[in-house]
Design a protein around this ligand. Sequence first.
Ligand code: SAH
Length: 390
Amino acid sequence: MTEFALVLGKGKDKAVRNRHPWIFSGAVARTPAGLEDGGLAEVRSEDGEILGHAYVNRRCSILARMVSFGAEPPLDALRRNLDGAWALRSGLVAGTSDAFRVVHGEGDGLPGLVVDKYADVCVIQVTTLGMERLKPVVLERLRGLLKPRVLYEKSSSPARREEGLADAEGALEGTLDGPVEIVENGRRFLVDIERGQKTGFFLDQREMRELVVRLSPGRRVLNAFSYTGGFSVCALAGGALRVDAVDTSEAALALARRSVRLNGLEESKAGFEAADVFGVLRRKTLDYDFIILDPPAFAKKKTDVVPACRGYKDINRLAMLRLPPGGLLLTFSCSHFVDEALFRRVLFQAAREADRTVRILQKHRMAFDHPLNVYHPESEYLKGFLLHVA
Ligand code: SAH
């Protein structure tokens, strides 16, 4: 048990009582004297009631993040949440895929921590000083649960700098020997953990890859912002007549080509073009009846929202213009600051400007292994729509 106490201001305990994991500096009446940043403290209400435990970093506007609620000792909660996270995935995804997100930060009651599993490689991402301090406990538990051949840290983010942490990347145990091969629903993908985006693969799109398999028979597919070709492999496996991947990253496209080959799919039906999607969509000759738009987050911060929406509107308008009647558009935004309602308004505007009749056939959020804590809507980011364009 910790001896330090963080005391909330009068009337400022509501969020914590509602099991919201973040404590902003404005809610704090007294920070724990003598506690080093990154350490654990009891969280008390103004009248002295213990509400749980949090780790503290005075240099951040989110001054503390809850590790446990009520009387549970924080390290017990940490271990219990890691076990619970593993159990959830074991039941829902492990039977059909050897790659999944094992820990999704606040969504698993583990603020500041992401853990992804790629076959026998475990990748961890730590974004806060408090979680950095708890890392030895986390690693010990992960070793026991996952028994990984390689334990790799990929902790680099602007958030770390705000926390006073330098980036940390590299193998903690074992060695990575190039891209890792994973199997998802019987399909194989190559994941470049060291050089890739995020921890290497867009695990959050697993359900959408299945949807693409189902929608692709007999279609000509444009996989825009393809990265390493997850959707290309699925489109071909599903029976697409043709699938063209477009991305600015040559390295991602090279890996996409290798993944198509690895699955024994017909390479002659697959294109890989290093180009700007905005330019490609402006080509009048575009001839696809299924377009996938999965761009990077256009709004990285709140002040980016207006230009980001302009970008989303442009690509969606162009895609709608280019699709023949009956065409399908699978479109995403992974900007946290552009919420679902706003993204829908952008799609509405795009449809108006393209002068097409557009209907929503399906909605999407992150895959099962990216749970969203109902108390913490702040960690929502991915939203997608399957649209029918008439
Ligand atoms: N759909 C992918 C993930 C996309 S991530 C998947 O399922 O795996 C976003 C990708 O967009 C990155 O690979 C990045 O290189 C690419 N990108 C960013 N801006 C681009 C642009 N203007 N034109 C083409 N590709 C772009």
